[in-house]
Design a protein around this ligand. Structure first.
Ligand code: GLN
Length: 198
């Protein structure tokens, strides 16, 4: 069976495990290097990127995760997980690091104080019909390189149009929380991508 791990240092791990299981994968939480070695792909959940960063270093997982990403392991990062996949951050705390892998600059807490959490129906390339997306103090993509495919954007009026779902190779990142609610299509898209090997 296809084995997908969820990085379980902090954040909404259980929701991702359930979504993955319901999308046809065998899902396990990953907190140790040995657990990382046994998975075909990884989800980095939403939560708090500064905490996930610190704990990944404390648990000696940062370099192993970076190595697996460099070797081509598929990763889905959501919200804080999107930040962890970004090569560059705007609005990070002093010394904040990421795993990197996607040639993009993300802006933390981009949607602003008053409207930092909201829900919207999002057209995502490759999905049939809009996806109900829950944004909770999420990042958006400020800029990205030529190898990054933009799968969805959000129009913030005077604040501009910003990518909120992107893909580079086998790395997929979303600004929101696809693990909340009952729409499995983004997880299924990821599981299918892992299974097909492209
Ligand atoms: N604001 C959080 C961060 O910077 C992300 C929020 C989330 O994952 N819901 O990590």
């Amino acid at each position: 069976a296809l084995h997908v791990g969820v990085l379980a240092l902090q954040g909404d791990v259980r929701e991702h495990l359930r979504m993955l299981e319901e999308s046809g994968a065998e899902a396990t939480s990953v907190r140790r290097v040995g657990e990382l070695e046994s998975v075909d792909a990884l989800v980095v959940p939403g939560g708090e990127s500064t905490t996930i960063d610190k704990l990944s270093r404390a648990f000696d997982l940062r370099d192993p995760v970076r190595d697996r990403i460099a070797e081509g392991m598929p990763v889905l990062g959501t919200c804080a997980g999107m930040i962890m996949l970004a090569d560059r951050i705007v609005g990070g705390i002093e010394g904040q690091q990421t795993f990197g892998g996607i040639d993009m600059t993300v802006r933390r807490n981009a949607f602003g104080r008053q409207v930092d959490s909201f829900e919207t129906d999002l057209e995502v390339a490759g999905l049939d019909g809009p996806l109900h997306a829950v944004f909770i103090r999420g990042p958006w993509v400020d800029s990205c390189g030529p190898d990054v495919e933009v799968l969805a954007t959000v129009d913030r009026g005077a604040d501009g149009v910003h990518p909120v779902v992107v893909r580079q190779g086998r790395l997929v990142a979303a600004s929101f929380h696809p693990e909340l609610g009952s729409d499995h299509r983004l997880h299924r898209m990821f599981v299918d991508m892992v299974r097909s090997g492209v």
